[in-house]
Ligand binder design. Sequence first.
Ligand SMILES: O=C(O)c1ccccc1NCC(=O)[C@H](O)[C@H](O)COP(=O)(O)O
Length: 214
Amino acid sequence: MSGEISVKICGLTAPDALLAAVDAGARYVGFVFFPKSPRHLEPAAARDLASQVPVGVAKVALTVDATDAELDRLLETVPLDMLQLHGKESPARVAEIRSRYGLPVMKAIGIADAADLAAIDLYSDVADQLLIDAKPPRNADLPGGNGLAFDWRLLAGRKYWRRPWMLAGGLTPDNVVEAVRMTGARQVDVSSGVESAPGVKDPARIEAFIRATR
Ligand SMILES: O=C(O)c1ccccc1NCC(=O)[C@H](O)[C@H](O)COP(=O)(O)O
């Protein structure tokens, strides 16, 4: 692959995995604030992890349809660099959050088929970045982090993006090179694919994933 691919390791919950991500060269580290998730962190625990992240690595908070009160509490407790909105937030709500907190906002867009691509234009007006992820299965407990890929051919040939974007959904150390080749992504995001069990990050897989992108 030519040029450096930026990597986000999402759903970190433990210092060893955080360190593995930082040492291997992750550009972003993600913390999940969604109680139903096996990766959920309480704000105080996230603050302790965030304090170990060096300058230059962006600390991203993943929330799902969070209220202002929830976001206020989170941001009062945890030093963060970016908000990842992974629910059904409307474009107006994305704009509101961006202006209220003054942080860059990344909106997750779930893709299952070509009709879902319209959301890319819709959110390009209001979000700083887009996370192009697999749409969760109907009745899934989690709106993301399901380890499922979408059909990358849907993005092949798309040359014009108005915002920086990340590819996500079912990426692993074994398929990330092919995913980047097919989609032209310059940034990738992974959670399940670097775990040994749901919610348990594997430092060796994190290192292998980032190495694969180099
Ligand atoms: O990870 C979670 O538990 C989670 C919960 C609620 C909303 C989103 C969640 N995760 C999103 C991600 O970790 C990633 O940004 C993305 O969906 C890729 O996940 P994966 O397919 O597991 O690599």
